[in-house]
Structure formats: structure tokens, C-alpha cells
Design a protein around this ligand. Structure first.
Ligand SMILES: [Zn+2]
Length: 221
């Protein structure tokens, strides 16, 4: 079900037709949001001015950042959104944004992240057992070590990781930015940097929260 409420939206737009429905989309180049009229293939780029529409051709540049590598992903449901805060929010369907409620009062602690990685990524605990990031004397591994190890796991297994897990992972990662502590440092320096600039960036970009994306971009994301 679309995130955009058809009535709220069409009340403010002079375009659209009786068959129109409106899909929120996110660009893969710069993570900007636009709305697609899925019947007329008109595109709205400014939530403050629905009188402004654009038409896209196969080789169109990004209307936001002018990138030639322009593409976008449709957001099919609230579950596909990393954050509820959004420039188009006033046109959203009413309803609870479940993920936000789930996570709003939680901190992403080292223990929480560790449990999440072990519980959700098959075979990762096995990788940790033989990890070179373990302290040779104590056999313990720091949260920095965990994410360094997870970077390799992530690269090797991304193709089989379900979207729902990617979403949860990057939501937890985004939460670490609320407190700039060693956990956030581990996530940034031992994971986001490691996975930036790889061929799979289009797969993960839609899942990155605002702060994660800013950081990731600095390293060639
Ligand atoms: Zn762009």
C-alpha cells in the first residue's frame, strides 16, 4: 500500500487523473525524494509546490543533483522508509510508523548490535569464532572488531541477505548517531567506511538513514 495518501495529495495537485495513484520514490544517487503519478508518469519534486511537475526520459539527469547515473526506487510501504521524518510527510497516509515506535526509545548499544548481528545473520557467529580481530590473549573481541569482521561477511553475503534484515540493520546503525560514542565510532570506521565505494552501493543506499548516508558518501559511497 502506498505511503502517499491519494486524496490528500490530489486535493493539492492540479494534475493527476481519476486513475492516478501516487508513489513516494527515493533517488539512488543523492537520496532525494520525489513522488510519481503512476498513471500519468508525472513526477513531483517539490512538496511545497505541487504545481510543478517534470517528465523523465530514459537518459534524464537527476533533477536534484544532476547526476547522469540517475535512478530511483519506489517506496512501497512504511516499512521501506528508514525514517518517518520526510519532506513529503504531510501527504502520508495516516497510520503508525511501526519501525519508529519500535526503536524510538531504544539506544543501539554494543550488546544490542552484537545480539542483532548474531541473531540475524546466519554463519556470522562462526566467522567471529575464528576472527583475527580477537584479542590473542583474552580471546575477546571489541565492537570495532565485530564490525570489521562483519564488513567481510556483509560483502560476501549481501546477495542472500533479505531486504527486511538490511532495513533493520541500517536502522540500528542510524540510531548509533544519536550518541556519538565508541559504538557509533565502530559502526562508522569499521563498517560504513569499509562498505563505501563498492559496486553494491545502489542496493544499500535506499536503506541508509540520513546520518549514515552523509558519512558513507564521504568515503565514496
Ligand atoms: Zn541525485
Amino acid at each position: 500500500m502506498h505511503v502517499i495518501d491519494r486524496n490528500k495529495f490530489s486535493n493539492h495537485s492540479k494534475y493527476g487523473c481519476s486513475q492516478s495513484d501516487f508513489a513516494l520514490c527515493i533517488t539512488n544517487c543523492c537520496k532525494s525524494f520525489l513522488v510519481e503519478d503512476d498513471e500519468l508518469l508525472d513526477y513531483y519534486t517539490n512538496p511545497e509546490n505541487l504545481g510543478l511537475i517534470i517528465h523523465l526520459k530514459p537518459k534524464s539527469l537527476c533533477p536534484f543533483c544532476s547526476s547522469a547515473a540517475f535512478s530511483f526506487t519506489r517506496i512501497e510501504s512504511f516499512n521501506d522508509l528508514v525514517e518517518y521524518e520526510n519532506p513529503w510527510k504531510k501527504y502520508f497516509r495516516d497510520g503508525k510508523f511501526v519501525a519508529d515506535v519500535e526503536l524510538s526509545n531504544r539506544e543501539a548499544t554494543a550488546a544490542e548490535l552484537f545480539d542483532f548481528l548474531i541473531g540475524n545473520f546466519d554463519g556470522f557467529s562462526f566467522c567471529l569464532r575464528f576472527s583475527l580481530f580477537k584479542d590473542t590473549k583474552t580471546k575477546q573481541i571489541s565492537i570495532h572488531g565485530v564490525f570489521s569482521e562483519f564488513s567481510s561477511y556483509f560483502r560476501d553475503n549481501l546477495q542472500i541477505i533479505q531486504n527486511s534484515k538490511l532495513r533493520k540493520l541500517f536502522r540500528l546503525i542510524e540510531l548509533t548517531f544519536r550518541i556519538a560514542d565508541s559504538v557509533n565510532d565502530a559502526v562508522c570506521t569499521c563498517f560504513l567506511e569499509n562498505i563505501a565505494g563498492e559496486s553494491f552501493s545502489d542496493v544499500i543506499k535506499p536503506h541508509l538513514g540520513t546520518n549514515s548516508f552523509e558519512y558513507y558518501k564521504k568515503y565514496g559511497g
